[in-house]
Design a binder for this molecule. Structure first.
Ligand code: ZN
Length: 240
């Protein structure tokens, strides 16, 4: 019996590239191109108990999940896929009119079980990595998102412990101006505002909970209170 032949990364990429050639069209190769760049970053918590467990999960055949980077609690950054490859981290997802986030994003997993704070050393390592990626690929600051932002009905990561305000202060993502929380006008349509920010509002309750987990933190109920509406209006006015 023949031993299985190990497939190299190069073989695998060549195999995948062939799927991009349309057999029903003539072929005449153009001379000018490069490789498509990531335009979003999606942040996750692993919901696992160690970085070793996560690395193993992303290498096992049956799991069908991966990420470009995993960051340990000690700030160790492990890259698991080339930035130019399509990792399987976002799954079924939507942000604005983008319906396949995996195709346009980098996935970063933080080793965290979802019920604990993120150590400073881990967040500092994340900020350094984000800075590198933002500069290298010219990723717009509004395109640094959480998994729950792009899959609100399925996902809740990163948890309420994740410091989105600190990230926004460093130029990754958005935050509201808490010194100027005006009441919205009576005709303010909060569903439209959530949609314009990017949320998939087809499951409105899920979108509201995702919004509140990120910006309100202390209350993640599915009702928008007067205060929540002020925050939403402020974000909407500020960025969109
Ligand atoms: Zn996730």
């Amino acid at each position: 019996m023949a031993l299985p032949v190990a497939i190299t990364t190069e073989d695998k990429i060549n195999m995948l590239m062939r799927e991009g050639i349309n057999k029903n069209a003539d072929w005449s190769e153009a001379a000018h191109y490069d490789i498509r760049k990531p335009n979003f970053v999606i942040i996750h918590h692993t919901a696992q108990n160690s970085i070793q467990q996560t690395i193993r999960t992303f290498q096992l055949d049956h799991t069908k999940v991966s990420a470009h980077y995993v960051i340990g609690k000690d700030g160790r950054v492990v890259q698991m896929l080339n930035d130019y490859l399509r990792s399987w981290h976002a799954g079924r997802s939507k942000w604005g009119n983008v319906t396949d986030l995996n195709s346009v994003s980098l996935g970063i997993e933080l080793d965290n079980n979802g019920k604990e704070p993120f150590p400073d050393v881990q967040i500092n390592a994340l900020l350094v990595l984000l800075d590198t990626l933002k500069t290298k690929y010219q990723i717009p600051f509004t395109n640094f998102l959480g998994h729950a932002d792009v899959a609100p009905a399925r996902k809740n990561d990163p948890s309420v412990f994740f410091p989105w305000k600190r990230l926004a202060e460093q130029g990754f993502g958005v935050w509201y101006d808490d010194s100027n929380l005006m009441s919205p006008p009576t005709n303010f349509n909060y569903v439209d505002a959530l949609r314009i920010i990017g949320y998939d509002v087809s499951n409105l309750n899920a979108a509201i909970v995702a919004f509140k987990r990120k910006f309100i933190i202390t209350d993640v109920s599915k009702e928008l209170t007067d205060y929540d509406r002020r925050v939403l209006y402020n974000l909407y006015r500020r960025y969109f």
